[in-house]
Design a protein around this ligand. Sequence first.
Ligand code: ADP
Length: 244
Amino acid sequence: MNGVQNSHAIEIHGLSFAYPDGREALRNISLNVRPREKVALVGPNGAGKSTLILQLNGMLTGTGEVRIFGENLAGADKKTIQRIRALVGLVFQDPDDQLFSPTVHDDVAFGPIYMGLEPSTVEERVNQALTAVGMPEYGPRMPHHLSGGEKRRAAIATVLSMAPEIIAADEPSAGLDPRARRGLIRLLDALPQTILVATHDLGLVRDVLPRTIIMDAGELVADGPTADILRDEALLEAHGLEMP
Ligand code: ADP
């Protein structure tokens, strides 16, 4: 890795991807994200946002380049993929895909245990992650009995406990009531990591994500300061976006 590559947390160059049924979900996407940048990924349903997020840790791989802190995912060996997976935490659209243990504690401990950390470090990570999402007392609770907002925050804790450099979240505010949504906005705002959020919630975008990328039909159609993009009504309308 050289210094130039290391100046970006995420580097995507000429990325295209088609699902096995032939559906082209990403077409020639190029973008760079600097460390600690907070970026919104917006666009209509089917634009390719989720597909792009799944490329960031090699869950899906297309043609073109995806580099995480300079490391190329294309053709990466198992060890490199493991290293990249520790750098990139994905928060899935449905928190139930991330919560599968009998207790919140066990779900949040799962990643650190899998990484082979010492039991005392695992406990430290669990406490830090639950505290960061405002749920320090929730360890013994059953994930399936949590409210929608609590599930979202617990799912984020399962990612934070692995201490990733980058967090990519898919529709994190979907289905939350106003108070839970405010809590999530405060949490995302406070996180020090590089953050990429796919969302339809332009209020969240305005409040926490200073840069916005618009995707439509698998293509990147705009990339710039959120303040400029949200002011451009014609651009928003052309891609099915609406300010609340
Ligand atoms: P978004 O997250 O912006 O709503 P997606 O990344 O989910 O968009 O989808 C991009 C395109 O890929 C859509 O046309 C969608 O129908 C298609 N797609 C998504 N998942 C699959 C899949 N597993 N198999 C085939 N096509 C898919």
